[in-house]
Design a binder for this molecule. Sequence first.
Ligand code: ADP
Ligand code: MG
Length: 344
Amino acid sequence: MSEQRTEIASLGEFGLIEHLTKNIELHNASSIVGVGDDAAVIDPLGKQIVVTTDMLVEGVHFDLMYTPLKHLGYKSIVANLSDVYAMNAQPTQVTLSIAFSNRFSLEALEEFYEGVYAACEEYDVDLIGGDTSSSQKGFIISVTALGEVQQDQYVRRNTAKEGDLLCVSGDLGAAFLGLTLLEREKKIFLESPQVQPDLENRKYVVGRLLKPEARRDIIAFFAAQQLKPSAMMDVSDGLSSEILHICNQSNLGCVLYEEKIPIHEDTRNAAFGFELDPTACALSGGEDYELLFTIAQSDYDKLLLNEQISVIGYMTSPEKGKKIITKGGNTFDITAQGWNAFTA
Ligand code: ADP
Ligand code: MG
């Protein structure tokens, strides 16, 4: 945070909103009226609109002791865009509502908005509105994202088919290890503030926690290759719980191969440092913002064109259950808390 501290009270609510939103230029054709009126106006232009919203509460979803405000702004937007991509849609607009105590200065909010605008620019979305309030304690953020999809091209969680391939983008478990690491450093700092944080070789996992990206590239790849997953969702609560959602909602079972789960080498090393099983971190971690999807086997050749996509298993009939086959060849039930099976 910068040295200067301007009290929000010196601007007033309208002055603050004006200050934070004065440079907005709307880029999407569907954004007709943005900030400044009683409501925004968007024109779907013949497409279907998807809407998603998420709330982030200080002390519950983020810790400002190790989360820079700019990163928090960026992540607040990205987490919502990830849900839009998970519907196979293109995000186009966001609204952002915030509540904050008098602990927050104008400079702090400017820093937060810097991250918000950086994400809007990166993903070509327009900030078209929001609300501003004070809170008795802490910082509360609510983002709503809107996106567009061609008629009936959206992809739900409940439409996977038996025999479909089970696939995931990118790699998993890193953000969980970034969080574990920062929580450890925070504890050490609180006990002995003179100790410098030890984040050596941990850039990747910390980066994945503090500056996640949404998988716009995967949706673009589907469009370019004329692929349409049969079911899809984003991975925000850990792979195992997301797989169970797709299985349960589609009324299917699945087979997941442990050896196929993509885990970055830095994630593996970080896990070993904490004496954690990397697979367990991927299964039960969170905040990966990758895409989990099922797709017809006949599309396998096209999937090979994208090295960011891993085929990790396949869908079965419901009677076969939801199974993980370990590297050692053992079969376990997939549980929402993925590591029970491994410590058992
Ligand atoms: P109202 O009294 O109708 O709720 P506000 O004074 O809260 O209007 O908001 C005025 C305009 O500023 C609206 O267009 C609203 O969407 C926008 N706005 C308010 N707060 C924010 C914010 N934190 N970020 C972005 N836009 C905001
Ligand atoms: Mg308002």
